[in-house]
Design a protein around this ligand. Structure first.
Ligand code: FAD
Length: 293
């Protein structure tokens, strides 16, 4: 199939893109890498009257690390994240995760801003934003807004962005020196959308978690920052403690049924991943067996 007829405008600046968005509102769609927008248009799931191409706006591309904050421009491509030495040094979770996003051809065009604005609940990067305590920066007709990642994802393909707003950048705190991370997803083939996944960052002191942030994906209509992580912080981890965390996690998830898995299977996989994550971050192989609790 081909997309319905649409008008096309190449934005010449962020201000120009915002003017077009203000004029056309919900009738317009922003085009970044096009890796989700164009398939959706070709399948006629959406039919914008105007496509605003921001792809040439160099000011929205790049990675800067300054005073403990990593700023990633919205148009930074998945491939740029993957090869960035700054991301590898200061947000290594993201380097691991982005290698699981689709395939090289898609990573060469797809952007972090597009991925977050698209808000597919099975996407890797939104869950990483939760685990890394990211802030999304949106610009609109009345100026700039800073939105915590935990407030940004509102449902399947839904975010806190307003139709007249452009996602311009993402800010992440530099990972603490003593932090460690975990990323794993279950997928039928490498590069497929995940059946279920977990992106986590932790600080471990004396064999205990001093901090633990768990970002699950493909567990419901949006990524989940698991509050059950709190059960695992500042305590000696035993199978009983892990079991309590499983119960708490189970209450937080609302997995959907699709062609890949049932909700029950997703609940089981979430438990398996939590056990693997805790075991890996603490260097405690004995805890992997906790998955059967
Ligand atoms: P676009 O397609 O250009 O835009 C996506 C949506 O976001 C549109 O609604 C658009 O209007 C909006 N948008 C884009 N940029 C902005 C902005 N700056 N401000 C406001 N709104 C904006 N993704 C995964 O996470 N994991 C996968 O495993 C995966 N597999 C894929 C496999 C295939 C075969 C394909 C085609 C895609 C796959 N993707 C996957 C999606 C890919 O990662 C996309 O690149 C990404 O979801 C969207 O980024 P984009 O830059 O291409 O955005």
């Amino acid at each position: 199939m081909k997309a319905s007829a649409f008008a096309y405008a190449r934005a010449t600046s962020v201000a120009n893109a915002l003017e077009l968005l203000t004029t056309h509102g919900e009738k317009a769609k922003v085009l970044s890498g096009g890796q989700s927008l164009l398939p959706a248009m070709n399948m006629r799931l959406i039919a914008p009257e105007l496509v605003i191409d921001i792809g040439e706006l160099a000011e929205l591309r790049g990675i800067v690390v300054k005073e403990g904050v990593i700023t990633i421009g919205a148009l930074t491509r998945h491939a740029d994240l993957l090869k960035s030495t700054e991301i590898a040094a200061h947000a290594p979770l993201l380097t691991d995760a982005v290698a699981h996003v689709a395939h090289p051809a898609i990573r060469n065009r797809g952007t972090i801003g597009g991925s977050l604005a698209h808000a597919d609940p099975a996407s890797e990067l939104p869950a990483c934003m939760l685990a890394l305590a990211a802030t999304v920066i949106a610009r609109g007709p009345s100026g700039e807004r800073r939105i915590a990642a935990s407030e940004f994802f509102a449902g399947i393909y839904e975010t806190a962005l307003m139709p007249q707003e452009l996602l311009v950048a993402i800010e992440l705190p530099v990972a603490p020196k003593n932090s460690t991370h975990f990323f794993h997803e279950f997928a039928r083939r490498h590069g497929d959308y995940a059946i279920l996944g977990l992106a986590a960052q932790a600080v471990v002191k004396g064999g205990r978690f001093a901090d633990l942030r768990l970002g699950f994906f493909a567990v419901g209509d949006r990524p989940v920052l698991a509050g059950s992580a709190g059960k695992l912080v500042d305590v000696a981890i035993t199978p009983a403690v892990l079991s309590e965390a499983f119960f708490a996690l189970n209450d937080e998830l609302d997995p959907l049924e699709d062609h890949q898995a049932t909700p029950a299977m997703r609940r089981h996989l979430a438990k398996v991943l939590l056990a693997r994550c805790v075991s890996s971050l603490l260097g405690r192989p004995d805890l992997r067996a906790g998955a059967s609790v």
